[in-house]
Ligand binder design. Structure first.
Ligand SMILES: Cc1cc2nc3c(=O)[nH]c(=O)nc-3n(C[C@H](O)[C@H](O)[C@H](O)COP(=O)(O)OP(=O)(O)OC[C@H]3O[C@@H](n4cnc5c(N)ncnc54)[C@H](O)[C@@H]3O)c2cc1C
Length: 381
């Protein structure tokens, strides 16, 4: 296997690098989980779109460059290397979009994807409920059939919706089947504008003070059939495709960890007195894990291009990237010493890394999936 860039890949890399060097804001934008910071990030996303860099692997008609997944990985690597802003469109472009490509009708693709690419419509994920987190199939928000109007009436309460207070649209799972249907069966996947009559959005703060989350309340909210993704009552299957993207390829590409490791290496080099053998070993071990993640992702891309589904392997992936992120940041705090107590990018990054083993499905649940579906161990419950 030849892992060096081909000539067209090198050309693409250099073009992306040059554009990013010229355009990435010199000063980091304020947190995208605050109202003002989110607005600044959306402006940046629109600049990316205007220059054709917002969704490079999508077809041109939807705003992309039609490049393959290898070049998408290259773009991601360059993006993080350049220290470019966090993508506040991520729940749309990395979670919903792959699902729309797979399950959406042509009409839905044409209507939804270009506005998503242009950061005109900003999407949040409305899955979790106060009584349904790890056990997502326990959700009780309902979609009730309204035949006269040709659609559904939504009722219920969703929570932990990342940046929901600032987004314009949500995609969510609702219970549409009767009481006799199996829990995973009677669910429908819908897309809904957050300014629809009957939707109430209430933002709330994370531990770090940013208003990063929202509760979403639905009271008789009408959704036409055109906004159901996949078949009615088949929402679980559609949702599992979304989790495959969230845990698998798109949400956390290796470029993110390579860039974090480079910053960590610079921190170690600049440390007064250098690093002792134990810290040096830790650094090497982190580097190996970043490289392993890169190689694993290359294998995943090869499999996807060959038409193999990622399936439960995405859980293995999620375990790796979330635990790696914690290790990289813990090591940074150790290198910083007493300075780690001060508010700064490493401290904030560390706080967020601690959420990694929780969001996208907790790591306990991912270990269960790996044990049962990849290793074939007996079910524990
Ligand atoms: C930063 C962040 C962003 C998020 N963004 C979104 C979002 O945009 N949209 C959205 O819908 N949700 C979002 N979530 C919610 C997230 O999906 C849930 O927090 C997660 O699924 C866990 O659910 P829970 O919090 O209800 O915990 P619980 O399900 O109550 O779990 C509590 C603990 O029990 C363990 N546990 C539960 N069941 C089992 C079991 N069967 N076996 C072993 N251990 C078990 C869990 O692993 C966990 O440690 C986000 C969460 C975070 C932290």
């Amino acid at each position: 296997m030849d892992l060096t860039d081909s000539a067209p890949d090198t050309e693409f890399r250099l073009e992306a690098r040059a554009w990013l060097r010229a355009n990435v804001p010199a000063r980091p934008l304020p947190s995208g989980d605050t109202r003002a910071g989110f607005a600044a990030h959306v402006q940046w996303e629109r600049q990316l779109f205007e220059a054709g860099w917002s969704v490079v692997s999508w077809p041109k008609e939807y705003g992309g460059r039609d490049v393959d997944l290898w070049q998408w990985l290259i773009f991601e690597e360059e993006y993080y290397r350049a220290g470019a802003p966090q993508r506040v469109t991520q729940n749309g472009i990395f979670l919903l979009a792959p699902t729309v490509f797979r399950f959406g009708s042509r009409e839905q693709q044409q209507r939804i994807l270009p506005r998503m690419a242009a950061a005109e419509d900003l999407w949040c994920q409305a899955w979790s409920e106060p009584g349904a987190g790890s056990d997502l199939a326990a959700l009780s928000s309902r979609a009730t059939r309204d035949d006269d109007a040709g659609g559904w009436r939504l009722n219920g309460h969703k929570t932990w919706s990342t940046r929901g207070a600032f987004c314009t649209h949500a995609f969510g799972l609702f219970r549409s089947g009767g009481p006799d249907q199996a829990r995973h069966r009677g669910l429908t996947y819908v897309m809904v504008p957050l300014d629809a009559p009957g939707v109430t959005v209430r933002g709330f703060s994370r531990l770090d003070g940013d208003e990063g989350f929202a509760d979403l309340y639905f009271q008789d909210v009408f959704v036409p059939d055109a906004d159901v993704l996949g078949d009615r009552h088949d929402g679980w299957r559609v949702a599992m495709a979304t989790t495959g993207s969230e845990r698998g390829l798109t949400l956390r590409s290796p470029g993110r960890y390579r860039a974090t490791f480079e910053r960590l290496r610079a921190l170690a080099r600049a440390r007064p007195g250098g690093v002792d053998q134990r810290l040096a070993d830790e650094l090497v071990s982190c580097w190996l894990d970043v490289e392993a993640y890169t190689r694993y992702t290359e294998q995943t891309v090869t499999r996807i291009i060959d038409g193999t589904e990622t399936g439960a392997r995405s859980s293995l992936n999620k375990l790796h990237w979330s635990e790696l992120d914690v290790r990289l940041h813990e090591l940074a705090l150790e290198l910083l010493g007493p300075e780690a107590a001060l508010d700064g990018p490493w401290t904030r990054g560390h706080q967020f890394s601690l959420a990694g083993p929780i969001y996208a499905g907790t790591n306990e649940i991912q270990r269960d999936i790996v044990a049962e579906r990849l290793l074939g161990l007996p079910r524990s419950r």
